[in-house]
Design a protein around this ligand. Sequence first.
Ligand code: UT7
Length: 329
Amino acid sequence: MSKIRARISGIHAWVPPYILNNKELESMVETSDEWIVSRTGIHERHILKGEGLGTSDMGAEAVRGLLEKTGTKPEEIDLLICATVTPDMMFPATANIISDKAGIKNAFSYDVNAACSGLLFSLVTASKFIETGSCKKVVVVGSDKMSSITDYTNRETCVLFGDAAGAILLEPTTEEVGIMDSILQTDGSGRVHLHMKAGGSIKPSSHETVDAKEHFIYQEGQPVFKFAVTKMADIAAEIMERNNLSSKDISYLVPHQANLRIIEATARRMGVGKEQVMINIGRYGNTTSATIPLCLWEWENKLKKGDNIILAAFGGGFTWGSIWVKWSY
Ligand code: UT7
């Protein structure tokens, strides 16, 4: 019997309309367009505005678009996984709320918290349900309203992040396409460099935690940068080596978009040229779990069946990983 693989059969994304550009940030904190562009590659990012709107609203937009585009009925979905670090609430899972808003009634759903690697961790998890035959149609959503945990008086973090959602449909195939191989890693000791201090069980929310601005992203940029550069580049190279893929075999590297310099270092390590790398950080900033589907969505028309694509990410946790995908349509 031939092996069942999980293939990506559709991709969609959604970004909120409001654009926060570097010029506007210059009026909010002591920064400059020149500093932001030269250190990160970011020119603008989209921000979700509006009372009562959260991560699930962006996720549901992406999922509704995905179902419509692929001609899939909501009731056909068996499982929905949402990668996020900005859930609507502590509980229930944002995945459940997205399912409800998108009319998905016959599925089970849950969240995966792996920060910027969340999309990769979720894709691998979802692919196992397909490979074992337990599920036929699985939706993976990466959705993050980073503006909800960003301190817009802190120039070290507020220039980096944006809001967005992306959704991927996975289905079984016996062809030699789909998710071919993956490597995922975590190192919890990295939490000291990138975390949110309060609002969890160690330090529940209180007046003091709000006054101390402990409900925002805390990031020590340089140590995170050092880890990200080596880990993301090494893991992307490792998945190529262990599958005997050379840079000529690769159609595209799809890197997590945290910093243009990290993306360029990963491409150099893999030996791939600029034209082989999906880069849109300039227009969206770091949208955490949504960066990879946002890239695939924008490049979808250029992709061909059989293209070898390497997805790579690094993020809070620390978490990092890479996936080799053969495009299936
Ligand atoms: O996606 C999840 C994982 N996260 C990442 O991968 C992020 C990794 N880290 C980075 O991308 C970079 O470290 C940053 C973009 C966050 C910062 O860039 P950097 O080149 O590492 O800058 P730095 O933190 O070393 O700061 C250099 C200087 C400092 O001033 P002094 O001490 O040299 O006077 C900062 O205060 O730049 C200053 N600075 C700024 N200046 C203008 C920091 N942020 C800003 C700003 N505008 N927005």
